[in-house]
Write a protein that binds this ligand. Structure first.
Ligand SMILES: Cc1cc2nc3c(=O)[nH]c(=O)nc-3n(C[C@H](O)[C@H](O)[C@H](O)COP(=O)(O)OP(=O)(O)OC[C@H]3O[C@@H](n4cnc5c(N)ncnc54)[C@H](O)[C@@H]3O)c2cc1C
Ligand code: SF4
Length: 551
């Protein structure tokens, strides 16, 4: 049987394009703090910082006005955010201590939960592992959370620039001094349309990287500044749908087993979003072994299971989307998350607890800590690495790192497959993470060989199950067809590798035509899966990509 080693076919990170030693342009916008990414991490940072400045000024603390900008690549806030989501409200309460939980943009409290081990026709209920207890939490749409946070930020005078992807960091010595946005209005071959807009430079005393999973700027900053970690970052791909359901779902459901092969790590989630809607998704670790594994396809099969189907049959698919999740956990955290003029927050830093599938409150909490460190740094006039080091200290002493430490080897145990991994994870739970005492070493996802075998594609029925092109339509993606490609394809793409990419990408961006790879960049929904295992993703014209409303 032949194998593919994904790393062999990848291009290196285009560091010279992302780390720019140029002086800012004459028209540069001067800010004090620039936040890249309007997700939970970036917006929590902006809200906390604006609040600290306001309270300081009101109490006569003497803090001058602070210009805060959030740059978001989506055309409008929330359109590029995707989560489960069951939310731990802890960070929301800390950010808004004067508000009641009923003010928060959640859909409903978690009223019950169940975990199942699935085979093709059956579902065996399992005791809920402690890491998966969700009592006291809420189901929610992250798009709604993000839109609501955006309104709170705007009320505090934060400048929100949606439709402005950041292309590069402007640097001087070892310090980040600001950012440059992508141009828009280019033709496929790089010419200018009538709508061409130049890149914009923004200067800042502190730049906060809150760009989410597999952040391009964070990868570049870490490589440039040689910020390592004990294990490499690992990722999973989640494909999700929101349905108007045929009947109400009264519990939060998680499943293990079918339709995943035994040697892949992952599972499903099935959440109620009020009386009439449900969220269903499948998450698979990107260190899977079969080149033909296709997460979108597996989710379509999963919906036909007798446990799930009765909720969807007669209902309606409202929205579809996909996104990667950083899964490396404690051992993959960057050894530092601050540098001269820069901080890394949320998923960009890998603050996700995989066994509980939680990242939103860690992202928000890290944004809050970043704001507090920036406020102190600005007050002292010191935004160097040591001036911002309080951020790393706060994160290290917080529940973020404590939680990730408790589950430090759980995801890693599953590199030996579901049964061995499940057994080891059970022992880890019993010993509060003390077994095994040593770190389980992991290769990066792209270093795992993939076995090539013929695929058995499923034929979608267009109602309960959908193909990739219909799915992309349901993501709201309306990217201009004539846009230049933002995907950097590596050398030696054989027919087998083309097949591998076509299964890997949930949005049908890659196709094998004859023995060649055909790329359809406008379909891309920015999930970043191929950035992990195949062609590199780079930012493109603002407002491109999905237009999620319910994810
Ligand atoms: C399928 C799935 C299920 C999940 N389920 C749960 C759950 O149930 N509960 C939970 O707590 N967590 C869950 N998570 C994790 C959670 O969604 C994340 O941890 C959280 O969203 C991270 O927030 P963030 O702000 O760091 O990143 P994001 O939410 O990804 O926000 C980053 C923002 O930065 C923007 N951006 C990226 N690059 C650029 C650029 N170059 N220029 C400008 N903007 C940029 C993006 O468009 C995005 O809006 C899930 C994740 C997935 C994928
Ligand atoms: S091409 Fe886009 S949609 Fe496809 S896997 Fe890569 S990032 Fe995701």
């Amino acid at each position: 049987m032949s194998t593919i080693l994904p790393a062999r076919h990848q291009v290196p990170l285009p560091l010279d394009r992302i780390i720019l030693r140029d002086s800012p342009g004459a028209e540069a916008i001067e800010m004090d703090v620039v936040i890249v990414g309007g997700g939970p991490a970036g917006l929590a940072c902006a809200i906390e910082l604006a609040g600290l400045v306001k309270r300081d000024q009101e109490s006569g603390g003497g803090m001058p006005d602070v210009g805060i900008a959030v740059l978001e690549k989506a055309g409008s806030l929330g359109e590029h955010n995707l989560s489960g989501a069951v939310v731990n409200p802890r960070a929301m309460r800390e950010l808004f201590p004067d508000r009641a939980p009923s003010d928060f943009p959640f859909r409903q409290p978690v009223a019950g939960e169940a975990v199942y081990f699935m085979t093709e026709g059956r579902a065996q209920r399992l005791p809920t592992p402690p890491t998966m207890h969700n009592a006291g939490y809420y189901t929610a749409s992250i798009c709604e959370i993000v839109r609501w946070l955006g309104e709170r930020a705007e009320e505090l005078g934060v400048n929100l620039f949606a439709g402005f992807p950041v292309d590069a960091l402007l640097v001087e010595g070892s310090a980040v001094r600001g950012v440059r946005t992508t141009p828009s209005g280019l033709t496929r071959d790089g010419g200018r349309t009538g709508d061409y807009t130049e890149p914009t430079d923004l200067t800042a005393r502190v730049t906060v990287l809150a760009e989410g999973t597999r952040g391009l700027l964070t990868q570049a900053w870490r490589q440039w500044q040689q910020v390592g970690s004990q294990n490499p970052s690992l990722f999973a791909l989640g494909v999700k749908e929101v349905w108007e359901s045929a009947r109400p779902l009264d519990r939060v459901i998680h499943t293990l087993g079918w339709p995943l092969p035994h040697d892949a790590f992952g599972g499903s989630f099935f959440y109620p979003l009020g009386e009439r809607q449900v969220a269903i998704g499948l998450v698979v670790g990107l260190d899977y072994h079969e080149a033909a594994l296709d997460v979108h396809d597996l989710l379509q099969r999963f919906k036909l299971h007798p446990l799930i189907r009765p909720y969807l049959d007669g209902g309606q698919l409202l929205e579809w989307g996909a996104k990667t999740i950083p899964e490396g956990g404690y051992y993959a955290l960057p050894e530092r998350r601050c540098g001269d003029g820069v901080l890394v927050t949320g998923d960009a830093a890998g603050f996700v607890d995989v066994p509980s599938l939680k990242g939103i409150h860690y992202a928000m909490q890290s944004g809050i800590y970043a704001a507090r460190a920036i406020f102190e740094g600005l007050k002292r006039g010191d935004t160097s690495r040591s001036g911002l080091a309080a951020y790393d200290r706060m994160v290290d002493e917080s529940y973020i790192v404590a939680d990730l430490h408790r589950t430090r080897n759980m995801r890693l145990a599953f590199k030996d497959g579901l049964y061995v991994g499940g057994f080891k994870a059970g022992l880890m739970t019993l010993t509060s993470g003390r077994f095994p005492s040593a770190r389980i070493e992991m290769p990066e996802d792209a270093a795992t060989p993939r076995h090539v075998a013929p695929a058995e594609p499923m034929a979608p029925d267009g109602k309960l199950t959908v193909g990739k092109l219909d799915a992309v339509f349901k993501s709201g993606n309306a990217t201009r067809d004539t846009i230049p490609s933002h995907l950097l394809v590596g050398p030696d793409v054989s027919a087998e590798v083309a097949d591998f990419y076509s299964h890997l990408c949930p949005a049908g961006v890659y196709e094998r035509v004859g023995d060649e790879l055909r790329v359809n960049p406008p379909n891309c929904v920015d999930c970043k899966a191929t950035d992990v295992l195949g062609p590199r993703w780079t930012p493109r014209e603002g407002g491109s990509g999905p237009k999620y409303r319910l994810m």
